[in-house]
Design a protein around this ligand. Structure first.
Ligand SMILES: Cc1cc2nc3c(=O)[nH]c(=O)nc-3n(C[C@H](O)[C@H](O)[C@H](O)COP(=O)(O)O)c2cc1C
Length: 326
């Protein structure tokens, strides 16, 4: 007698997966992903129609975002009590094919990370002064380690301050860049994507938010002092392929959810990494273990941070089998 095939996902279960994917962080909150569900097969697709020509001309941040969504998707499947196999694809559209398997209890760790999905949000504001214990710091680093991905604290903060200060001045003056950014920070309450004004405050560190024409740039010494009271990790990869961008995003999200589960908050900085030659300078000046894909700043919250909107869940499904999910 052959064992019965794993049961197809129910509408309620698809809803759990969709909500988890939708809560992932994404570049400019563009939510550049979709799901295609057939029985026990779930494809995660990138929406390549999301184009950020000035910020992300090669779609690197779009793939990082899809990587973060993939982590959420996998955690949600496991939290539903199902085993799964994830096949990362190098396709243009399908970035991963997830096959849902037989019933299997989620590990306590995966369940804890799943529960953190709804609490995680970008916190671009100040942190409470007070050190994150070494053991917690080490747990975040370990959460992000994966094949070809390395998570490291940057050495030489004065060099980092110099480079971030330079990037801030360049980005502030780049009119084309700023026109594009304005489109993603103005309309959020209407459409459910983009970054709302309330979420952008960055009184702690100018570069912690998205640099806009009026972003102040403190001198390098002041910036270095402010960086010194933050906790920073850089997610790096061995190379710079599309597969590595996806892997970096998946790893970044595991780090972020681990932080959330430990009552920490944080935000990502990728904006300056898109300037020509900037990442090469970071590697050489900061002694990084690979190609930097994202900087994660984190700490204990001193003040609350505003949430960002999301698109209606139905938009996740290109072929419309959402069964009325909203
Ligand atoms: C690949 C990637 C790059 C990002 N880059 C930046 C950045 O440079 N600056 C910033 O303030 N937020 C950045 N973010 C955070 C997004 O703006 C944020 O995730 C999105 O607005 C949704 O808000 P939430 O994180 O509160 O859910 C980035 C997120 C991702 C996934």
């Amino acid at each position: 007698m052959t064992a019965a095939a794993p049961a197809a996902l129910t509408r309620e279960q698809i809803g759990v997966l969709a909500r988890a994917v939708s809560r992932a962080p994404s570049v400019h909150n563009s939510q550049p992903w979709q799901l295609h569900v057939r029985g026990t097969e779930v494809d995660l697709l990138q929406r390549r129609t999301v184009e950020l020509r000035r910020h992300d001309p090669f779609g690197r941040d779009r793939l990082l975002s899809c990587g973060a969504a993939l982590t959420n998707l996998e955690l949600a499947v496991r939290a539903l009590g199902r085993d799964c196999h994830v096949d990362r694809r190098d396709g243009e559209d399908v970035v991963a094919a997830v096959t849902i398997g037989r019933p299997k209890a989620a590990s306590p760790r995966d369940y804890t990370l799943f529960q953190a999905i709804g609490r995680r949000r970008s916190h671009r504001r100040a942190f409470h002064h007070g050190r994150v214990p070494q053991g917690v710091h080490a747990a975040l680093v370990a959460a992000g380690e994966a094949t070809g991905v390395h998570v490291a604290a940057p050495a030489h903060l004065e060099k980092l301050a110099e480079l971030l200060g330079f990037a801030t001045r360049v980005l502030r003056e780049d009119r084309g860049y700023q026109r594009e950014l304005a489109m993603w920070t103005a309309h959020t309450t209407v459409t459910g994507d983009g970054v709302p004004e309330e979420a952008l405050s960055s009184e702690a560190l100018p570069v912690a938010g998205l640099v806009r024409p009026d972003t102040p740039v403190p001198d390098d010494a002041v910036l270095a002092e402010r960086l010194a009271v933050e906790n920073l990790l850089v997610v790096c990869t061995d190379g710079d392929t599309r597969a590595e961008h996806l892997a970096a995003g998946a790893a970044l999200q595991r780090v972020w959810l681990t932080a959330t589960a430990k009552a920490l908050v944080g935000s990502i900085i990728t904006q300056p990494l898109h300037l020509t030659g900037f990442r090469a300078r970071l590697v050489s000046e900061l002694a990084l273990p690979g190609v930097p894909q994202a900087i994660f700043r984190f700490g204990y919250p001193a003040v609350p941070a505003a949430p960002s909107p999301r698109l209606p869940l139905g938009e996740l499904f290109p072929d419309g089998p959402s069964g009325g999910l909203r």
